[in-house]
Design a protein around this ligand. Structure first.
Ligand code: TXA
Ligand code: MG
Length: 332
C-alpha cells in the first residue's frame, strides 16, 4: 500500500493534518516526519509492537537503538533519569540537534533501547515535529527515515522512494535545514562522550562541558550505530583530501565522475554538485549523493572538509559512505 502523503506548511502546519498523523501513531502505525536535521520514521516509543515495525521497515539491525523525541525537557522524566548536567544541556541546546544518552526508566520497551539500560532522547526544533509529538501525546521513537545503510532523507520524496509501502503516513514540509543528523552524546558517565558528531558543532558543547572524543574500536564499542556500514550510495565514493591522489587514481581510468563538495575540482567532471559553505555542504550532502547515483556516474569524489564545526559530522558521514566493507575505512 502507498503511504498517505500530507503536505503541510512548515511554520504553521494544518492542525487537521497533524491530528490525522497523530492518530496513526496512537494506533501503533508509522509516520515519517521532518525534523530540522533529517526526516524521521516515527512510532510511539512506548509501544513495543509499533517500534518493531520501524526496525522491519528500515531493515535495521536489532542492536541499533532508537532516539526518542520529546516536546520538552520535562517530558524526559517519564523515560529517563535527568541529572543536573543533563538538565543544563537541555536548557542550553534544546530544541535543537543534540541527542543525550541517559539511564532509561522502566517502561521504555527493550526494543526501543536495543536491550541497553540507556535511552537516547532529543527535542527537535522543527515546528512540524513538535506539533506532531505534542498532538500524539507520547514520546516518539524515530530513526532517520531511510532504508538501513542508505543516505539519510532530507526531503519527503526520498522517504517515499526508500520506504514506500512500509510507512503509513509521510508528512511533507519541504527540505530539512541542517541536513546531517543530531550530535549524539553519552551523558551517563562522569565526562560526556561524543558518540556521533552531528548538527550541533561539538565546539559548542566543549565550551560548556568537558567532552571525550573516542576513537576507533572505542567508538564502536560505545556507539551501536557506528558498527554498521552506513550512508552508502550505490556507486563507489572516494575522498579528496589535501593532495590530489583521489583524482590521479580516477583519471587513469575512463570513468564518468560525479563530484560533491565546496572546492572547485582540478579537472572537468561529468556531474558536479558544489556548495558555497560548510553549512550548505551539510544541508545538501545526502541529497547530492542520491542525485549523483541517479545521474549514473561510475564513481563519486567527495571533498574532505576541515575537522571543525559541521566538518566533523561531514567527515564522519563521508568516511562511512566511502567504506566498501565495514572495517575498510580509507581516508584521504
Ligand atoms: O537527527 C537525528 O538524530 C535523526 C532525527 C530523525 O531525529 N535521527 C537519527 O536517528 O539520526 P538514527 O536512528 O538514524 O541514529 C541514532 C543514533 C545511532 O547512531 C544510534 O546508535 C545512537 O543514536 N543511539 C541511540 N540510542 C542509543 C543508546 N542508548 N546508546 C548509544 N547510542 C544510541
Ligand atoms: Mg540513521
Amino acid at each position: 500500500m502507498k503511504p498517505l502523503i500530507l503536505t503541510v506548511d512548515r511554520w504553521n502546519p494544518d492542525p487537521s493534518a497533524i491530528k490525522r498523523a497523530a492518530s496513526v501513531l496512537a494506533d501503533g502505525g508509522l509516520v515519517a516526519f521532518p525534523t530540522e536535521t533529517v526526516y524521521g520514521l516515527g512510532a510511539d516509543a512506548l509501544l513495543g509492537e509499533a517500534v518493531a515495525k520501524i526496525f522491519a521497515a528500515k531493515g535495521r539491525p536489532a542492536d541499533n537503538p532508537l532516539i526518542v523525541h520529546v516536546v520538552s525537557p520535562e517530558d524526559v522524566d517519564r523515560i529517563a533519569f535527568v541529572d543536573e548536567r543533563a538538565a543544563r544541556l537541555m536548557k542550553l541546546f534544546w530544541p535543537g540537534p543534540l541527542t543525550l544518552v541517559l539511564v532509561a526508566k522502566e517502561g521504555v520497551p527493550s526494543i526501543t533501547r536495543a536491550g541497553l539500560s540507556t535511552v537516547a532522547v532529543r527535542m527537535p526544533s522543527h515546528p512540524v515535529a513538535l506539533a506532531l509529538i505534542e498532538e500524539a501525546r507520547c514520546p516518539v521513537a524515530a530513526p532517520s527515515a531511510n532504508r538501513s545503510g542508505r543516505p539519510s532523507p532530507t526531503n519527503a520524496q526520498t522517504v517515499v522512494d526508500d520506504l514506500n509501502g512500509a510507512v503509513d503516513v509521510v508528512i511533507d514540509a519541504g527540505p530539512t535545514d541542517v541536513g546531517v543528523e543530531s550530535t549524539v552524546v553519552d551523558a551517563t558517565g562522569p565526562t560526556l562522550v561524543l558518540l556521533r558528531p552531528g548538527g550541533l558543532p561539538v565546539e559548542e558543547l566543549i565550551a560548556v562541558e568537558d567532552v571525550v572524543l573516542p576513537q576507533g574500536e572505542e567508538i564502536k564499542r560505545r556507539s551501536p550505530g557506528t558498527r554498521h556500514r552506513h550512508y552508502a550510495p550505490s556507486v563507489p565514493l572516494v575522498l579528496w583530501g589535501e593532495d590530489d591522489r583521489a583524482w590521479r587514481e580516477i583519471l587513469s581510468q575512463n570513468t564518468a565522475v560525479g563530484y560533491v563538495g565546496i572546492r572547485k575540482p582540478p579537472v572537468a567532471v561529468a556531474v558536479e554538485v558544489r556548495f558555497g559553505s560548510i553549512e550548505g555542504y551539510a544541508r545538501g550532502l545526502f541529497s547530492a549523493l542520491r542525485y549523483l547515483e541517479k545521474r549514473h556516474v561510475d564513481i563519486i569524489v567527495a571533498d574532505w572538509p576541515e575537522e571543525k564545526g559541521l566538518g566533523l559530522a561531514l567527515r564522519d558521514r563521508l568516511r562511512r559512505a566511502s567504506a566498501m566493507e565495514e572495517d575498510d575505512l580509507p581516508l584521504p
